[in-house]
Design a protein around this ligand. Structure first.
Ligand SMILES: NC(=O)c1ccc[n+]([C@@H]2O[C@H](COP(=O)([O-])OP(=O)(O)OC[C@H]3O[C@@H](n4cnc5c(N)ncnc54)[C@H](OP(=O)(O)O)[C@@H]3O)[C@@H](O)[C@H]2O)c1
Ligand SMILES: [Zn+2]
Length: 353
């Protein structure tokens, strides 16, 4: 099979590799579509280490993928058959972990993560544990389904913000996941969904997808620019600061700003991953006196089934978020385009077959 093998920063080679044999608990997937995630960009350019034993390649990246079952391991045969259209949950936690058994597979030790610690989807075939593999609904395309993983993570963050209907919520960072969150928040009855970012082309996409207000906090030439986000939120929310906020950007200053523009009894969910040296300073007394909740959100325990359903029900429009498609041979080009935000790139997708 053809596979893109990542060796070290900016060195990835399209190679011929043996098709993997599925183990007894695995299915072999003929890969169709794979999303390019910000973490693929970070691995490719050396900003993050892999989760292999030594933190290095060679490894096939790609953890957001769909495909067709091509072979079924012994224990998977009752549940999957050749030709099934599937999506892999790449975070394959040990099922006997007490955390997994409590429904918190996101914090279990010993996770295998396809495309991060094991070979992933940027190849013609990939194996996945059948217990972490889901069927796609018939009306969901392989391209749409490839974005289930980021949606499942975003959905967990939305759940963690405990939105009540009629509230005003801010989403910081109009990347692909925020664009999904906006749609879910709107469907759950948020009155105002304010999307905050740095580039108008992404903010406008958010407005098309249901954000009621868009605010550019960086580009002074933008018609959506606001010098004081707190003032802008008060204008939108009848004089009050926001009830809920989710940060879906790696920017530490966005998190700090989110603390300032959320009001009494609000909840702030910190989702975007900052640098490993970043420290958040919280004015403790003020935050207590406002009776605020600050919640961190990691991965997607128990949100996969609902994520698959939300795409099938048309609640989350993925086609509008996928801005660029590439073939497997052009993976490095795709990763570079996503990083550089070239020609209004929001989400890149690799069409493998
Ligand atoms: N916690 C979890 O479980 C989990 C799971 C998956 C991903 N993540 C994280 O979630 C985040 C979002 O990922 P993504 O791929 O959807 O998005 P993304 O492509 O990283 O986009 C983030 C957006 O935030 C914008 N931004 C930068 N500074 C900002 C600021 N001060 N205020 C508002 N927006 C700002 C960026 O603008 P520029 O274009 O100007 O940079 C960009 O448009 C990432 O940090 C990712 O690592 C977390
Ligand atoms: Zn990802």
């Amino acid at each position: 099979m053809k596979a893109q093998v990542f060796y070290e920063p900016e060195r990835m080679k399209l190679e011929q590799k043996a098709v993997p044999e599925p183990g007894e608990n695995e299915v072999l997937i003929k890969v169709k579509s794979v999303g390019i995630c910000g973490s693929d960009v970070a691995y490719y350019f050396g900003a993050s280490s892999l989760e292999t034993k030594d933190g290095k390649g060679p490894l096939v990246l790609g953890h957001e993928f769909t495909g067709e079952v091509a072979a079924v391991g012994k224990n998977a045969s009752g549940k999957f058959a050749e030709g099934d259209r599937v999506v892999a949950n790449p975070v394959q936690s040990p099922l006997d972990s007490p955390w997994t058994q409590r429904g918190l597979s996101n914090v279990a030790d010993g996770k295998r993560v396809l495309g991060v610690s094991e070979d992933g989807g940027f190849a013609e075939y990939c194996v996945s544990d059948y217990r972490w593999t889901l069927k796609l609904a018939d009306n969901v395309t392989f391209d749409q389904g490839a974005l289930t993983e980021p949606l499942a993570c975003g959905l967990y963050a939305v759940n963690n913000c405990n939105l009540e209907a009629g509230q005003t919520v801010i989403v910081f960072g109009p990347g692909p996941i925020a664009l999904m969150m906006v749609q879910v928040l709107k469907s759950r009855g948020a009155k105002n969904v304010v999307l905050v970012g740095t580039r108008d082309y992404r903010l406008k996409k958010g407005a098309e997808l249901g954000a009621t207000h868009i605010v550019n906090v960086s580009d002074k030439k933008s018609p959506h620019y606001a010098a004081d986000l707190g003032d802008r939120i008060r204008e939108i929310n009848g004089g009050e600061l926001a009830d809920r906020a989710i940060t879906a950007t790696s920017s530490l200053s966005a998190i700090q700003q989110a603390l300032k523009v959320t009001g009494p009894h609000s909840t702030l969910v910190i989702f975007g991953l900052p640098g490993d040296k970043d420290i958040l300073q919280v004015p403790i007394l003020d935050t207590i006196l406002m009776d605020k909740t600050i919640r961190f959100s990691w991965l997607a325990p128990n949100t996969w089934e609902e994520a698959v359903q939300l795409i099938s029900d048309g609640i989350v429009d993925m086609d509008a978020i996928i801005s660029h498609k590439f073939d497997l041979d052009s993976l490095a080009e795709g990763i570079t385009k996503v990083r550089n935000r070239e020609d209004s790139c929001t989400k890149g997708l690799i069409k493998v077959s």
